[in-house]
Write a protein that binds this ligand. Structure first.
Ligand SMILES: CC(C)(COP(=O)(O)OP(=O)(O)OC[C@H]1O[C@@H](n2cnc3c(N)ncnc32)[C@H](O)[C@@H]1OP(=O)(O)O)[C@@H](O)C(=O)NCCC(=O)NCCS
Length: 152
C-alpha cells in the first residue's frame, strides 16, 4: 500500500527542526533562500503528508502590504491542490496580520497566480515598503513579473 495515498495534507507553521527541509525545498524549486532567516520562517506555512514537508509558502509583512514568496511544492506531490491550499492559507494569514494587499515576484508562475486573481503590475508600481525587501533589491532579477492582489 502506498501510505501517501491515505494521509491527509496538513498545514501549520514551521517547526524549528523543519527549517532545513523548508530551505532545501525552496532551493530545489530554484527560488531564493539567501535571506531565509529563522525570523522570516516564523511567517512561513508548511504542508505536510504525515511528518514529511511537501510544500511551503511565506509572507513578509509590511501592513497594509505583504510580500508573498517561496510558494513551492515537492515535485512528486504537485497537481494535488497543495499549492492552492497554501496560497489560501497565506492570504488568510496576511489578512489576519493586517495586510490588505499581497505582492509577489515570479519568473515562472504568472499564469498560476493569475488563476487566483493576482494581477500583473509594473515592478515600479509596487509599494515602496516592498522595494526594500531582499527579493526586490537583490534576489529576483528584473525579468521577474510583479503581481498584486487585494485581499481585504
Ligand atoms: C507552482 C507550484 C507551487 C504549483 O504547485 P501544485 O501543488 O502542483 O499546484 P496546484 O495543485 O494548486 O495546481 C496545479 C495546477 O496548476 C498548474 N501549474 C502548476 N505550475 C504552474 C505554473 N508555473 N504556471 C502555470 N500553471 C501551473 C498545473 O498545470 C495544474 O493545472 P490543472 O489544475 O489545470 O491541472 C509548483 O509547480 C512549484 O513548486 N513550482 C516551482 C516553484 C515555483 O515556480 N513557485 C512559484 C513562484 S513563487
Amino acid at each position: 500500500m502506498d501510505l501517501d495515498q491515505i494521509l491527509a495534507v496538513t498545514l501549520s507553521g514551521v517547526r524549528p527542526e523543519e527549517a532545513p527541509a523548508v530551505k532545501r525545498l525552496v532551493a530545489d524549486c530554484d527560488l531564493p533562500t539567501a535571506d531565509l532567516t529563522d525570523e522570516k520562517l516564523r511567517h512561513f506555512i508548511v504542508a505536510r503528508k504525515g511528518d514529511v514537508v511537501v510544500g511551503t509558502v511565506g509572507v513578509e509583512l509590511f501592513p497594509p502590504q505583504a510580500l508573498l514568496r517561496s510558494l513551492a511544492v515537492e515535485e512528486a506531490y504537485r497537481g494535488q491542490g497543495i499549492a492552492s491550499k497554501l496560497l489560501q492559507a497565506a492570504e488568510r494569514y496576511a489578512r489576519m496580520m493586517g495586510a490588505t494587499q499581497l505582492v509577489l515576484l515570479t519568473l515562472t508562475a504568472e499564469d498560476y497566480f493569475s488563476r487566483y486573481e493576482y494581477l500583473t503590475i509594473k515592478r515600479s508600481d509596487a509599494p515602496a515598503s516592498l522595494e526594500a525587501t531582499e527579493e526586490f533589491k537583490t534576489l529576483c532579477p528584473d525579468t521577474a513579473v510583479c503581481m498584486r492582489k487585494q485581499i481585504a
